[in-house]
Design a protein around this ligand. Sequence first.
Ligand code: NAP
Ligand code: ZN
Ligand code: ZN
Length: 358
Amino acid sequence: MTATAAQGIATRGYAYSGRDSKAEPFEFVRREVGPKDILIDIHYAGICHSDIHQVRAEWEPAIPSLYPMVPGHEIVGRVSRVGSEVTKFKEGDFAGIGCFVDSCRECSACESGGEQFCFKGCAMTYNGTEMDRATLTYGGYSKHYVIDEAYALKVNANEEDLAGVAPLLCAGITTYSPLKRWGVGPGKRVAVAGLGGLGHMGVKIAAAMGAEVTVLSTSPSKEQDAKKLGAHKFLNTRDPEAMAASLGSFDVLLDTISAQHDYNAYLALLGLNGVMVVVGVPTEPVPLHAFSLIGGNKAIAGSMIGGIPETQEMLDFCAEHGITSDIELIKPDYIDQAYDRTVKADVRYRFVIDMKNA
Ligand code: NAP
Ligand code: ZN
Ligand code: ZN
């Protein structure tokens, strides 16, 4: 690594050059560490299905894919340099980065800790630009990140647990935030649809909150794992009889499914006044029948990651409850295979890239 004030900090990572490309080594420059910035030596980066959607341009035109794209927004590492005005971190601390790295800091969303909804648009960790709207952001499949300390998270973990903490920065907060918002706790019947990266975190967190948790899955082979993760019940959604027997069974249904599926069939599993919270992003619009909502006073809601204060709260909650992600640690040369396996729902339950040794 070399650093000069004029050029910034030379680093390297893995980038995609287009929607059909493969991950390739990529050299680039991070900005120099400013007074409020920290430099993080990245140790681990999780692979979120959102990385795959964006690399493969599946969210266009809503979210354009900008190349070269260095994905990765589940980042943990060690602080190796701090700016002169930094107060939250010191050299040697562990730190995390989630889905965004800056925002306007002035609008009502930012002021209320909902920076992900910044009315001026926040700076996404990758596949976006900094607040200058010009400088492309590059994500965590890389050796270093420079970030304003206000947008970095404190990570309180043992070194051997660090790789399993990385997925909390997206999968953890994306499930924690709606579970909390919809009052999950003792006495609530919670269903988690899709047992992948988000889903397995949803199961662990909902169980830690004291709820009765059921996994809704298309993969019967995951039943034993679901129970080990903390689920009380398992429902194979491809079994029509099991589905019929579970109508009206849940108060909150967290939908983490990444592909097309019938919202109406899942809404039918809710009891009176139940809510289905959508966090998974099928790439095409999903038809919804009014009867699916009006029969039973049901609601459908959405949720997007979480702001900085709630993300810190989630990390602290997980540390307190001993919750980390179940991971498959990989080297960067396995990223493309990991993508293909994730799309086939064959991940147990998050791929994490070892960037420390890359
Ligand atoms: P993932 O690890 O691939 O998990 C998705 C799971 O969905 C699969 O493991 C599978 O579980 C299930 N599934 C896949 N295809 C299905 C189909 N055709 N029908 C029914 N179920 C199917 O993905 P992830 O990283 O958890 O992300 C899930 C989704 O959330 C993605 O769309 C991602 O972009 C989105 N996301 C949203 C936010 C947000 O803020 N709202 C944040 C992060 C990610 P089973 O094998 O158990 O069926
Ligand atoms: Zn994500
Ligand atoms: Zn704002």
